[in-house]
Ligand binder design. Structure first.
Ligand code: ADP
Length: 815
């Protein structure tokens, strides 16, 4: 091989293109390395041979023949795309053919460019383009695009269908003017398109278009389309048919309004009904009471009493409902921020609940974070209500274990704190499915008809409303049989150092601290059959009881029954006298301060009657709250014995022996005995009978127990049922009935009446060992009786406060 030949060979082999020179008859004159590798042939074996024959022999499939080569050689600038397929690969080539006319023969030089990769890329891009087009075409939203002159350049199928075009392509070249839309709509669309082109920002509009003759609401978002250089080349728009959503929104809005309306009607209804029921119910209650007073027959009276009690329970429920309704309608204007003493507030709750806790033999533990400032600024009344409800529930639903009130400081800065309140119990717990419902109005896990717990399902609803009103949120964690934890956190401002906490000045009467609220409350009352009455034989002694106060009469009747005697009761002196004249009694037990004929007058008239009719004098025992002041009068009237209220069962038993009711020999004469003075009855003090020596002492009653249970049981002869029954009657019926009368009398400055009512109440309160309240009554009444006036108002206020506190403390316990 000479140099030229060598050079020629190197050139050929390094030529990236397919290089083949063939003769007019297809004989190979030259080929390069690329031809060898694509067609899997060898140069040496091929030269001089027919290219097409060799290929066919080697099973190389060519998409072209000699004719094609010749044909293309005629068109100099044209090329032809061919393929060469072997067993293992297919190569695509773009051929250019040069026809060379030699001296004695014509030959063809075929130069092929490998376009396999190019084609496959093109194919892929065509595929993805088609894919994209299919996506756009089938998009479930309306998609369209325009150029900068607002001429449509394309759209998807949904748009072409809407516009009644045969295919999406038909939109090309059209503008918004071409679809018969109203000029207003066209100019609206134009404006929005222009603003997109000008600002380069997308915009979203809502408009109504007719579709199949029905108006549809369209939400259209249009955005600028950018070219490769970042220049705006048009607009792309997507419109969504939001008619259904809009209708749904509208329906929802209407449903919400209707629900709100229904809820407000419901609230209104409950409020109205509570009011409207309250009026006739008060009538039932009032008339029932009248009836109860007038009925002589003890059985019928008992029925009337139950009726009164039931109507009272209903009234209570209505009041609770009104509370719930009012808590729902509260707004920020109902928040009363005042400085208050947080530990004191908690202590008030403990004092109130201690009795119930002791009775249930569970523990009430409190932890108040020392870091929390004690005096805070907030609506302490609502906080008190919330905590009282939670603690009350915790006690109600816990049989054993303990209740914890935890108060923790979460955050503190110069003038504000965040405090966490937690009330935890080891009670019955609440199941997961009920946790979300317990704050609903009237929801109770155990429905009322199962009678397991009393309550109206109102408390937690109020708790929720109040905590939310105060800016908190009530949370509950609970596990059945393990217990529950209710918690909420509230923010408070810290008041000035010299701010006077309101809860202290409102409740405390004197400086002394209030520790001994309820004596011996840990003792469990054994409640047997609620209406236990001792069986009394026909020949048992008969005792006439004359007492106008329902509670005292009830106590007396029960005591008489307890000592195995029969009793007949009268509520006034006149009836008592008639009974005493017409029936034989072994003992007459009469109150002195009766309305109308007094006990003393009754005694006088009875003694006269006995004398006139030659009858044996019946022993008359007078019960009085007036202590020694009436002794002489009683003696003169023929009364045999005076008992200072409260009468004790023990005293009654002694009287039986004294007056030989069961036939024994009388212990002493039937003459007047020294009265049995009660421990709270004072000797004649400087201020007057049954009053302390100094004015200051009049207000030092906070060391007296609110309820001395041990003493109460002693008075009633361990009759827990009677105690409970009378306590309930006094707290739930007598007291709420008398309080408005006292208040009215006080309003009119009618101190005589105030003292009169208070005197009557004193008897019951002392009989029940509501000692502090009894003494508050006693001081008010006696102070007035002694002719003093200076401290009357203060004593009245003391009485009201002690009364409120006593009721508050006993209420949850007796319910
Ligand atoms: P109620 O006056 O009936 O107690 P609430 O609204 O205070 O009404 O409570 C609703 C219900 O939540 C209760 O009836 C009771 O089933 C349940 N519940 C509330 N507190 C507790 C608790 N500490 N442990 C268990 N259950 C509770």
């Amino acid at each position: 091989m000479n140099n030229a030949e060598h050079l020629y060979k190197v050139l050929l082999d390094n030529h990236e293109d397919f290089f083949l020179a063939i003769s007019d008859s297809g004989l190979v004159l030259e080929l390069n390395h690329n031809v060898e590798s694509i067609c899997m042939i060898s140069r040496l074996e091929t030269i001089g041979k027919n290219f097409f024959d060799i290929c066919s022999k080697n099973k190389i499939y060519l998409s072209f023949g000699l004719d094609d080569i010749k044909k293309i050689s005629e068109k100099k600038s044209e090329s032809i795309d061919v393929s060469i397929k072997t067993d293992t690969s297919t190569t695509f080539l773009r051929f250019k053919v040069i026809k060379i006319l030699g001296d004695n023969q014509t030959y063809y030089v075929v130069i092929g460019k490998d376009i396999t990769e190019l084609l496959s890329y093109k194919k892929a891009s065509i595929k993805s383009q088609m894919y994209l087009q299919t996506i756009i075409e089938n998009l479930p939203e309306y998609v369209y695009w325009k150029d900068v002159n607002f001429v449509y350049q394309g759209c998807n199928k949904l748009v072409s269908e809407y516009l009644n075009l045969k295919s999406p392509k038909d939109i090309i070249g059209k503008t918004d003017n071409d679809f018969g839309w109203s000029p207003d709509r066209v100019s609206f669309l134009r404006e929005s398109d222009e603003s997109i082109i000008l600002s380069g920002k997308k915009n979203t509009t809502e408009d109504i278009i007719p579709l199949n003759n029905t108006p549809r609401i369209m939400l259209s978002t249009k955005a600028p389309l950018y070219d490769n250089l970042g220049k705006i080349m048009g607009i792309i728009g997507v419109s969504v048919d939001i008619t259904e959503q809009k209708n749904m929104e509208e329906d929802l809005k209407k449903a919400k309004e209707a629900a709100e309306m229904a809820s407000s009607y419901k609230t209104q209804f409950i409020a109205n009904m509570s009011h409207d029921i309250r009026t006739p119910l008060s009538g039932v209650f009032g008339y029932g009471e009248e009836l109860e007073k007038k009925i002589e027959n003890p059985n019928l009276r008992n029925i009337a009493h139950k009726m009164v009690r039931s109507s009272h329970a209903l009234l209570n429920m209505l009041n609770a409902m009104l509370d719930a309704v009012s808590s729902e309608n509260m707004g920020v204007e109902d928040i009363r921020e005042e400085p208050f003493d947080l530990p004191y507030l908690v202590q008030t709750i403990i004092d109130l609940e201690q009795c119930s806790v002791d009775l249930k033999k569970i523990e009430l533990l409190t932890y108040i974070d020392k870091k929390a400032p004690p005096i805070l600024l907030g609506d302490h009344e609502k906080i008190y209500h919330i905590l009282l409800n939670l603690v009350g529930n915790a006690i109600k639903f816990t049989k054993e274990g303990h209740i914890d009130i935890n108060i923790k400081l979460l955050e503190k800065n110069n003038n504000a704190v965040q405090v966490l309140f937690e009330v935890t119990d080891t009670g019955i717990g609440i199941s997961r499915e009920n946790l979300g419902k317990i704050f609903d109005l009237f929801y109770k896990v155990t429905p009322s008809h199962k009678g397991l717990d009393k309550g109206y399902g109102i408390g937690l609803h109020i708790v929720k409303n109040y905590t939310e009103l105060l800016g908190g949120a009530i949370k509950v964690d609970s596990e059945p049989s393990k217990g529950s934890k209710f918690s909420f956190s509230l923010s408070f401002k810290i008041p000035d150092k010299d701010a006077i906490p309101k809860n202290i000045t409102q409740i405390s009467l004197t400086e002394s601290d209030d520790k001994q609220l309820i004596i011996n409350s840990a003792q469990t009352i054994k409640v047997a059959d609620p209406m236990v009455k001792v069986e009394v034989g026909l020949n048992a002694p008969n005792i006439l009881i004359i007492e106008d106060d329902d509670d005292l009469r009830n106590i007396a009747e029960n005591m008489v029954s307890a000592i195995h005697c029969n009793s007949i009761a009268a509520t006034d002196g006149e009836t008592g006298l008639e009974l005493a004249k017409s029936q034989a009694f072994d003992l007459v037990l009469t109150d002195i301060g009766l309305p109308g004929m007094s006990g003393i007058d009754l005694a006088k008239l009875l003694r006269q009657y006995e004398k006139d009719n030659n009858k044996n004098p019946v022993p008359i025992v007078a019960v009085t709250g007036h202590g020694q002041t009436v002794q002489k009068e009683c003696l003169e009237a023929g009364i045999n014995h005076i008992i200072i209220k409260p009468m004790k069962l023990q005293t009654l038993t002694e009287l039986c022996t004294k007056f030989a009711l069961f036939g024994e020999k009388p212990q002493s004469s039937l003459l007047f005995d020294q009265p049995d003075l009660q421990h709270v009855t004072q000797e004649h003090g400087v201020l007057g009978p049954d009053l302390p020596n100094t004015e200051a002492e009049l207000f030092e009653i906070n060391n007296l127990p609110i309820f001395d249970m041990e003493n109460a049981q002693k008075i009633l002869g361990d009759n827990a049922v009677l105690l409970m029954k009378t306590l309930k009657n006094s707290i739930n019926i007598t007291t709420p009935k008398e309080l408005p009368r006292i208040k009215k009398a006080h309003e009119y400055n009618d101190w005589i009446k105030v003292a009169d009512i208070v005197h009557k109440l004193k008897g019951t309160y002392l009989s029940l060992s509501l000692t502090r309240l009894g003494v508050a009554c006693q001081y008010l009444e006696r102070y007035h009786q002694a002719g003093h006036t200076a401290l009357l108002e203060k004593l009245y206020q003391q009485f009201i406060k002690v009364l409120e506190m006593t009721v508050q403390q006993l209420k949850p316990w007796i319910e």
